[in-house]
Design a protein around this ligand. Structure first.
Ligand code: PEP
Ligand code: MG
Length: 762
């Protein structure tokens, strides 16, 4: 059985599209199980039907035409119970639904297995046979295994635009088609899709019609020429060191690029109207698959050569085509995984919204988007983005919804929401120079989290009292190499000068987890538990020291710098970091710089640091809580994984208890304690934190006016009562309900809608 399953899954993985994958499954299962019929039905939620999508054994004419209502038949029965069902007397079953004329009448043996993805039944895999047969446990086990694999394939095909159901859902006739993701950044936009792909990755290349066929052919020919030239250079360089046989590979490569081979096929595809990258993708994929399923290991290896060659041409194409790209005035950036570099690619005045297929509300892409105040939907795994290029869609970041083909009513509704939100932001502008003071006279300092130069003016416009977290890794991410000391000095000076005399807290390089540098890849099975933050920089003192020196030098004449250490798990890490900071300080003094030694703080982001908050506090000048990571590690929920986004709750009672413990430890040690995670930019979260004793909150600039408004319309006493009630709750839903009621009672309904995103999913 294992051999059959393996062979079928290998073939499915190599299939060109979903329809071929389904056909392969039914064909192979029918043969492997020696059964009369094997069929796959897919669920179409729009019409509440199961549609026969592939069969061996039933009338082929029924494919795409046979629709079974979801509550009818044994297919509906399997789907309703979400579990396998088998019988040798199908026609006697109470849910049996006879369908005439498709050839299933005499087959009474039935085994159906649901195809389930993320708790949702996508379809049913069915085998049928004449009366004589009884399907066995082994048969069932085989179908369950295959259907689990198929579920992933179907979901992926739909997410990448190759889904059979997605095509129907996004069909021109259906209006208000809604795809749900995770709330990234609240706000609403109506904008045209621009899909951005990471370099040289075929999986991310969208299908796109080309506007100018001749220009597209020419750009492909140029890319080809560039690759040919590069291969020749490498070939010449390696001529002496390679054996003849290995050297022949270059000849093979050159022949493959010949007009009569791959190149000819790709040009033919472009002439059919596909843009060069898409044409290249299709032709390369076809050839790779053809080689991959060959039995001969030598020929199978050729798949790697073709893939490699394809990537080289793609890289060349992308280099020239990215430069030439233009964006609509209202653009929604859509990408499989949005990165800082992609955000920088779209002109800021045109970027109205962001959709990331992967990632969750606390991924770093979402955090960046939040600091820019751009409505964002994360983890939209079902959105068939590769087919959406240029289409106008509605993005509702509050609910995590994306609407395709909006009806006039829906369009009008969202146009109004956009106007109302703009008015509300305008209303909040008057708060800019007012203190964040509660109605009973308690003040809280509201700082901002920054990462880009543009954040300076944006933050000051919103009344920021300083920077509680400057994420230095972001300027590192948008470079092609580690920035030099001088480049770093320039970058840090912009922040320090922009905010002076207000404090600027610069965090030392915090890479790893979901933040990687293109020129310093960290490949790990478990990145969030791996080489992250201070672990990396202590292992690379040459990087750490340059960064500290740059910070200290940038601070000359200003003295508003504070240094923050991320991801600390061991007290000894603080000792080591402080020693290096001392070394850098001595060095720059010797070089003649005149600057004070800045305060150094530690981030509390992991459970170990919560329990050792007092010991850590004794070593440093201040504490800052990273509630994004702390929530992730306390609840054991990957902040980046939309699959578990429902379980990520910053208002979980355990998180609240830990936050209380940290602030108490800081107060006992008599040092300032702040919080710089996303919780601080949620009005309800900010009220709870103030009640715990946090005097400084650092947040994204876009959220600051709302937080200030909440504080100014609440009393410390009300917040303390809300906190006590929250700490007595046993689960996060109850806490969220409680804060919702408390905020509504204080007339803060409009501010409360913001809370939704902390719960990650609407
Ligand atoms: C945090 O973890 O809360 C934090 C502020 O750091 P980052 O989000 O950059 O990991
Ligand atoms: Mg963190």
């Amino acid at each position: 059985m294992l051999a059959s399953i393996k062979k079928i899954t290998q073939q499915v993985a190599a299939a060109d599209d979903l329809q071929s994958a389904l056909d392969l499954v039914v064909d192979n299962v029918k043969r492997a199980m020696r059964t009369d019929i094997c069929s796959i039905y897919l669920h179409f939620p729009a019409t509440e039907n199961f549609v026969l999508m592939s069969t061996k054994g039933l009338d082929q004419g029924a494919i795409g035409n046979l629709c079974i209502p979801t509550d009818k038949g044994l297919v509906g029965f399997v789907a309703k119970r979400s579990e396998p069902f088998r019988t040798n007397n199908a026609s006697a079953h109470h849910n049996f639904h006879p369908v005439e004329g498709i050839g299933e009448e005499p087959f009474n043996a039935f085994l159906g297995v649901p195809i389930v993805h993320h708790r949702v039944v996508l379809g049913v895999l069915v085998v049928q046979h004449g009366d004589s047969r009884q399907y066995t446990d082994d048969d069932e086990a085989m179908l369950v295994t295959l259907s689990a694999q198929l579920a992933g394939f179907i979901a992926h095909a739909e997410a990448t635009g190759g889904g059979l159901r997605a095509n129907v859902l996004a069909d021109e006739q259906s209006t208000d088609v809604c795809y749900t993701g995770v709330c990234g950044v609240g706000g609403v936009a109506i904008a045209s899709v621009a899909v951005i792909s990471p370099p040289a990755d075929f999986k991310k290349v969208p299908d796109r019609e080309c506007e100018d066929i001749e220009a597209e052919v020419e750009s492909f020919q140029n890319a080809l020429q560039a690759v040919r030239r590069k291969i020749k250079v490498v070939s010449r360089m390696l001529a002496r060191s390679l054996k003849d046989q290995e050297h022949e590979l270059f000849e093979v490569y050159m022949r493959m690029l010949d007009d009569n081979a791959l190149a000819g096929e790709i040009i033919a595809r472009i002439r059919e109207g596909q843009w060069a990258q898409g044409a290249l993708k299709h032709v390369i994929r076809q050839h790779v698959q053809a080689f991959e399923i060959m039995d001969d290991p030598y020929l199978r290896e050729r798949a790697t050569d073709i893939r490699d060659l394809g990537r080289r041409v793609l890289a060349e194409l992308q280099q020239t085509q990215t430069q030439a790209r233009t964006y609509a005035d209202a653009t929604v950036l859509v990408a499989e995984e949005v990165t800082a570099t992609m955000l920088a690619e779209v002109p800021v005045d045109k970027l109205q919204a962001i959709v990331s297929i992967r990632g969750s509300s606390n991924s770093h892409a979402a955090i960046l988007a939040r600091s820019m105040g751009i409505p964002t939907v994360m983890g939209a795994v079902d959105f068939p983005y590769t087919r959406m290029e240029g289409r106008e869609i509605i993005i509702d970041g509050h609910l995590g919804h994306i609407y395709v083909n909006p009806s006039a009513d829906l369009y009008h509704h969202y146009e109004q929401v956009i106007v109302e939100e703009a008015n509300f932001s305008k209303e909040l502008e008057v708060l800019r120079d007012l203190p964040a003071e509660t109605r009973d006279g308690h003040t809280v300092s509201l700082l901002v989290n920054t990462s880009l130069p543009i954040d300076v003016s944006r933050s000051l416009e919103r009344g920021a009292e300083g920077v509680g977290l400057y994420r230095t890794e972001v300027p590192f991410m948008i470079k092609e190499h580690f920035p030099s000391e001088q480049e770093q000095i320039d970058c840090y000076r912009t922040q320090l000068e922009g905010f002076a005399p207000r404090p600027v807290t610069m965090r030392t390089l915090d890479i790893g987890g979901d933040k990687s540098l293109p020129y310093f890849p960290i490949e790990e099975d478990n990145p969030f538990l791996g080489w992250r933050g201070i672990r990396v920089t202590l292992d690379h003192p040459e990087i750490f020291l340059v960064q500290i020196r740059a910070m200290l030098k940038a601070n000359q004449g200003l003295n508003n710098l504070q240094i923050l250490l991320p991801m600390v798990t061991h007290v000894s890490e603080v000792d080591e970091a402080l020693t290096l900071i001392d070394q850098a300080y001595q060095e720059i003094l010797e070089e003649g710089c005149q600057v004070d030694k800045p305060p150094v703080g530690v981030m509390i982001e992991v459970p170990a640091a919560v329990y050792q908050a007092s010991q850590l506090a004794a070593k440093v000048d201040f504490i800052s809580v990273g509630s994004n990571d702390l929530t992730q590690y306390l609840l054991a929920v990957d902040r980046d994984n939309p699959q578990v986004a429902e379980l990520y709750h910053a208002l979980h009672p355990a998180v609240l208890a830990a936050l209380q413990q940290i602030v108490d430890a800081g107060k006992t040690a008599n040092i300032p304690v702040s919080l710089c995670g996303e919780l601080a930019s949620d009005p309800a979260g900010a009220l709870l934190l103030m009640a715990m004793g946090y005097d400084t909150l650092s947040m994204n600039a876009a959220g600051l006016p709302k937080v200030k408004s909440a504080l100014r319309n609440f009393t410390l006493q009300q917040a303390q009562t809300m906190l006590q009630d929250a700490l007595a709750k046993s689960n996060s839903d109850q806490v969220e309900e409680l804060v919702k009621e408390s905020m509504e009672a204080a007339g803060l309904n409009r501010l409360h809608s913001h809370v939704v995103k902390l719960k990650a999913k609407s």
